[in-house]
Ligand binder design. Structure first.
Ligand code: ZN
Length: 138
C-alpha cells in the first residue's frame, strides 16, 4: 500500500531549523501500515531535510557550519541574475538535499533515541512549506 500525506509548516527562513518529528509520527499513526518506508520530500529549492540531535547547542553549531561553508555576503551569479539575494540559500539547499528515507517497523520510526527529523529553511525570508510524506509498506 502507498499512502501520501502532507505536512505543512511555517518557518522564519535564514537557516531556521524546525523539528518535524512529531508531525511525521502523527501522519504515520494515521495509516494502517505496520512496516515499510517513509519518504519525506520538501518542495522548493531553498530548503532541505535531514536529521540531527535537536538541542540548541548543536542547532547553533549546524547553523554556523552553513555560514562558514556557504556564506551570505559573497557574490552569487544567481543574485546577479535575479536580484532576490538568496543565492546562498539555493546552494545550501542543493548540498543538504530535498529528501530523506526513514524505515519503520511495528508502526514506529527507526530513529535513534537522540535523532530528530528536521527541515532547514535557508531562504532569506519567512516561508510556508509543504513536506510530502509518502508511506510505502504493508
Ligand atoms: Zn533565488
Amino acid at each position: 500500500m502507498i499512502v501520501t500525506k502532507q505536512i505543512s509548516l511555517k518557518t522564519q527562513g535564514n537557516c531556521d531549523i524546525v523539528d518535524i518529528t512529531p508531525q511525521v509520527e502523527q501522519k504515520l499513526a494515521e495509516t494502517e501500515i505496520n512496516s515499510g518506508t517513509a519518504i519525506l520530500f520538501i518542495a522548493g529549492s531553498t530548503a532541505g531535510i535531514s536529521t540531527i540531535e535537536y538541542e540548541s547547542g548543536l542547532v547553533a553549531d549546524f547553523q554556523r557550519m552553513w555560514e562558514r561553508n556557504v556564506p551570505q555576503g559573497i557574490p552569487y551569479d544567481h543574485d546577479r541574475r535575479w536580484g532576490d539575494g538568496n543565492g546562498h540559500a539555493h546552494v545550501r539547499a542543493s548540498l543538504l538535499g530535498a529528501s530523506l528515507v526513514v524505515p519503520f517497523t511495528g508502526r514506529r520510526l527507526s530513529l535513534g533515541t537522540w535523532q530528530q527529523i528536521i527541515v532547514v529553511d535557508f531562504d532569506n525570508r519567512p516561508r510556508s512549506r509543504q513536506v510530502v510524506m509518502q508511506i510505502m509498506g504493508e
